[in-house]
Design a protein around this ligand. Structure first.
Ligand code: MG
Length: 312
């Protein structure tokens, strides 16, 4: 019998889940969890507790959660680059930063066009080493998740940091609150969520899909709406190996087929902010949900961004 934590909307969802697998609540005690990032070499998951200005580490072997960093710039989303370095979005620092192999923190971007960024929210690295991130205002809207301040840019853009010269360019400028983002498997498209509903009852609560330009450095399409959230907003999301999107939502995790069809949901008792595939086989979905960290094993594997498609 199918566990109650799964809601099947399209029969294709059955091929992605196990009927006898349940949600595991791994830890609770945060104010707002975000930014899950799996580190395969250490078999741990880093995740943010933004209002408490700390980063926590879930050890996959022992099950223990410990402090990884605190007073570290109210970090939100993070990812790992191809060299295994952690790249983080800092609300408080209003910048994107990277932990170097020697432990030093490198600032990758803090301004655009001579103006301070708002509060970088989520980040992804393309195979060419370019870093793409969103910059809504959640970290400067109040003192709860950062430091209250006025937006110097006056809008919320999506940016690309060039891997060669470090120059930052705006690649999308027509979002209300750009939030989570991810490339599809062959990096032909970039998907970006807009959580503008948080500030406007008529605001967007969808994911848009953009085609990349031939040189892979900019976006050439207008960004069709791929899916609209029927329970709150999509914050962060990840692709699996087959091109399905696993997206956070108010009632759990929503799974969409590449054609935009909602296949099913993983129901979680707290609003979900972000997800990450982990485990040695990348078949364990880690779920940051409000105060807690959950996980569930799936019958699919994450599209592993640190490996070539042939090796995953
Ligand atoms: Mg986010």
């Amino acid at each position: 019998m199918l566990a109650e934590c799964f809601e099947v909307i399209d029969l294709r969802f059955h091929a992605l889940i196990f009927e006898n697998v349940f949600i595991e609540k791994l830890w609770t005690g945060a104010r707002w969890t975000e930014g899950p990032c799996y580190v395969p070499a250490g078999r741990y998951v880093l995740f943010s507790d933004i209002p408490n200005d700390r980063v926590l580490r879930f050890d996959e072997l022992s099950g223990a959660v410990s402090l990884f960093a605190d007073r570290c710039g109210f970090q939100n989303g993070r990812t790992m680059d191809r060299q295994g370095r952690i790249i983080s979005c800092e609300h408080g620092g209003r910048r994107v930063s990277r932990i170097e192999h020697d432990g030093n923190i490198a600032e990758l971007c803090a301004a655009f066009d001579g103006k301070k960024l708002n509060s970088p929210n989520d980040v992804v690295v393309k195979s060419d080493g370019s870093i793409w991130f969103t910059d809504p205002t959640y970290g400067i809207d109040s003192d709860y998740e950062g430091h209250a301040a006025k937006s110097e840019i006056g809008a919320s853009y999506v940016y690309r940091i060039d891997p060669l010269d470090g120059k930052t360019t705006a690649v999308v400028m027509d979002f209300a609150k750009p939030n989570g983002l991810a490339f599809n498997g062959d990096e032909s498209s970039l998907y970006i969520s807009d959580t503008g509903l948080s500030h406007d009852p008529d605001g967007p609560h969808h994911i848009r899909a953009f085609d990349l330009s031939a040189d892979g450095k900019s976006l050439q399409s207008k960004g069709e709406v791929f899916a609209t959230c029927d329970a709150g907003v999509f914050d962060g999301f990840r692709f699996d190996r087959d091109g399905n999107i696993w997206a956070s939502a108010g009632d759990g995790v929503h799974c969409y087929a590449p054609d935009g069809c909602l296949l099913g949901k993983i129901l979680i008792p707290e609003a979900v902010s972000n997800v990450e595939f982990g485990g040695p086989k990348r078949n364990r979905l880690y779920i940051c949900a409000t105060q807690s960290l959950y996980s569930v094993y799936l019958r699919t594997n994450g599209a592993n961004p640190t490996m070539s498609p042939d090796a995953s």
